[in-house]
Design a protein around this ligand. Structure first.
Ligand SMILES: *Cc1c(COP(=O)(O)O)cnc(C)c1O
Length: 457
């Protein structure tokens, strides 16, 4: 076997590239991409058979297995009727450009290797930082997702708290504490576990909002042991925004690192109607937002931004002989700002899309999904068989079908997916079953949602 066959340009390579691009093109431009649905392991085993063989199947056969068996066993998370968890809705430009990121051998970890890509990513980060009210010197890195973003920010918070206590000649705590709401995302708890720190779970109000008084009590009780306070800018389950202004104002009384977990919701700062909910974000020490959620970028992409990037750099720069040439200089290298080293410049699809369509198109899209959410919430309130669990603030609406138990929701949800009408899964709050629409695809219509409500009569 020719050793270079897999890498060199050749007629065989041309045909592989052409067939993969042709499939991608068809999939991207299709007008009626199906929702699709999962299969059982046994069914997939039966349908697919062994694909990893000594001689290889060849691209045509492998692509065919993917197109006809594997892909239909994957939910289309960008489908307008995919309304569960947090959907994806990448723009055409962003999806198309994602191919370029893979095609070009781009490395996004260091300035030396990827300066052009890093420059473009940094322009996006600076744009977002300005939207969030952070100073011009703010900066950071695009990481894989909100989980890695929260962990990286909280490690930087801990390292900063540690050096401040040491510099002041104060004792280090036995256990570091991270203060966050009971309704905060699970990834904050998982970050604390990785850091071997404790989480101080502060109760939110009946409305799901974490307020300053509750945080103040925790700060008084735990003092120097608190390395960070996490406020949520749009909870995943309800889209509820904590009282960030009130919590940020505590900085006048206490010295603490404020992290904003805005993985899902911080995007809503770009829309004028929802922007005031986020007053106070400009005082944060770190923020995250997942462009793969509501900023219309493909998976997987989280923007992690530090008020003072030096805090990130001190916490995260890896030192090794083979890296000295990268870390000795003053270059801005994205790898210095998170817990990961090798990285694709995953911010580029968002950069290309923003550069293509402009910011106004984003503001309009985000505002329109918030307006649609309000409208469907009103419709839900009007229906006697439905109860709104909480008034929506952003683009998630949670509601109950009166009289249904969990099994009723399960049956209804399965039927919606079996008929390929929608993907809406059961959820629960305070022990009561419910369901929710997470609406962020601009192609989702009021009529689509009403049609789904009609199936609950
Ligand atoms: C989605 C989400 C996360 C986790 O982000 P991943 O990208 O899934 O790792 C963290 N916090 C909030 C508020 C989220 O909505």
């Amino acid at each position: 076997m020719d050793a270079v066959r897999m890498h060199a340009a050749s007629p065989e390579s041309t045909s592989i590239v052409d067939s993969v691009l042709e499939y991608s093109r068809r999939r991207m431009l299709a007008k009626d991409v199906p929702l699709d649905k999962p299969q059982t392991p046994a069914e997939l085993n039966r349908l697919v058979g062994p694909t990893i063989t000594d001689a290889g199947l060849g691209a045509a056969r492998a692509l065919s297995v993917f197109e006809h068996i594997l892909a239909p066993a994957c939910l289309t998370t960008s489908h307008p009727q995919y309304l569960s968890f947090i959907p994806a809705a990448p723009t055409m430009a962003a999806v198309a450009f994602d191919l370029v990121v893979s095609a070009s051998g781009l490395y996004g970890g260091s300035w030396l290797e990827g300066s052009g890509a890093v420059h473009a990513e940094n322009e996006v980060l600076s744009f977002l930082a300005a939207e969030f009210g952070l100073p011009e010197t703010a900066g950071g890195v695009f990481v894989q997702g909100g989980t890695i973003g929260n962990l990286s920010a909280l490690v930087a918070a801990r390292e900063t708290a540690k050096s401040q206590l040491l510099a002041a000649g104060r004792e280090l705590p036995d256990r570091w504490k991270i203060v966050c709401s009971k309704e905060a995302h699970s990834s904050n708890k998982s970050a604390a576990k990785v850091m071997d720190a404790d989480v101080v779970l502060v109760p939110a109000g009946e409305d799901g909002v974490l307020r300053a008084d509750a945080v103040r009590e925790a700060l008084i009780e735990h003092g120097d042991a608190v390395c960070a306070v996490v406020a949520t800018g749009g909870s995943t389950n309800f889209g509820i925004v904590d009282d960030i202004a009130g919590i940020a104002a505590l900085k006048d009384e206490f010295d603490f690192w404020l992290h904003i977990d805005g993985a899902y919701g911080l995007t809503a700062m770009l829309a004028p109607a929802t922007r005031p909910l986020f007053d106070g974000v400009g005082r944060a020490d770190s923020v995250i937002v997942d462009p793969h959620k509501w900023l219309y970028a493909p998976f997987d992409c989280c923007a992690l931004i530090y008020r003072d990037p030096e805090n990130g750099r001190r916490a995260h720069t890896q030192h090794a002989e083979y890296l000295d040439t990268l870390t000795d200089g003053d270059d801005f290298s994205p790898s210095d700002y998170s817990i990961q080293l090798t990285r694709r410049p995953r911010g580029l699809p968002l950069w290309f899309s923003l550069a293509t369509y402009g910011i106004d198109a984003y503001r309009d899209s985000i505002g329109a999904t918030v307006a649609l959410t309000k409208r469907i919430a009103e419709e839900i309130s009007r229906r006697p068989e439905l109860t709104l669990v909480r008034d929506p603030q952003l683009s998630v609406v949670v509601f109950e079908r009166n009289g249904w138990d969990r099994a009723d929701y399960d049956r209804w949800s399965d039927e919606l997916l079996d008929s390929q009408r929608a993907f809406v899964v059961p959820s629960s709050h305070a022990g009561r079953p419910n369901t929710r629409f997470a609406i962020l695809n601009p192609l989702t219509t009021f009529e689509d949602l009403v049609g789904i409500l009609d199936t609950m009569k």
